[in-house]
Write a protein that binds this ligand. Structure first.
Ligand code: GAR
Length: 186
């Protein structure tokens, strides 16, 4: 039986994208959608032969317009699930309605604490003793929507932001593929 088809949306480095491809995923990643021409994640996709759709939001009149084009590409590729992995852009109603309850995100904090950019720095600077990783369904907010899974890590007084980032990334790279498989095989 053929696997369900998924797309990954990413804007940056793509370490989560790579971790997914290196895991025994219950779906095929058939498309990478990227809103940053030149992002490092595109090199990772090229190395692994994953087709990409790259767009520059500035060249569209509105979010509705670029999301309509993304949806066309997703349908052409037969995609039924979307995994956001460092996609630093809010999803609008156009995309949310086309893929209802099929878009999930990973975020490096224990949401609802520290949403948005620089979540690792925010937790580190706030002096909290724990932070972590959250996987959640998305809605129209910034890192909001029903939580599916969370795992925490301690922040040690001696931790640098880089050391904390490394631990959180390891957690992300294990947790995200696990949660994806649970959702797909459910
Ligand atoms: C990841 O830590 C992800 O959780 C975060 O961006 C990073 C992307 O890293 N996402 C957010 O902050 C969403 N608000 P990667 O490009 O190496 O996968």
């Amino acid at each position: 039986m053929s696997k369900v088809k998924a797309a990954v949306f990413a804007s940056g480095t793509g370490s989560n994208f790579q971790a997914m491809l290196e895991t025994d995923l219950a779906c095929d990643v058939v498309l990478l959608v990227c809103d940053k021409p030149g992002a490092a994640v595109l090199d990772r996709a090229a190395e692994r032969g994953v087709p990409t759709f790259v767009f520059d939001p500035k060249s569209f009149a509105s979010r509705e317009d670029y999301e309509a084009e993304i949806i066309e590409k997703l349908h052409e590729a037969g995609v039924t699930w979307i995994f956001l992995a460092g996609y630093m852009r809010i999803a609008g109603a156009t995309l949310l309605q086309a893929f209802e309850e099929k878009i999930i995100n990973i975020h490096p904090s224990l949401l609802p604490a520290f949403p948005g950019k620089d979540a690792i720095e925010q937790a580190h600077d706030a002096g909290v003793e724990k932070t972590g990783v959250t996987v959640h369904y998305i809605d129209e907010g910034i890192d909001t929507g029903p939580i599916i899974a969370q795992e925490s890590v301690d922040i040690f007084p001696s931790d640098t932001i880089d050391a904390l980032r490394t631990r959180l990334q390891q957690l992300e790279h294990n947790l995200y593929p696990q949660v994806i498989n649970q959702l797909i095989l459910k």
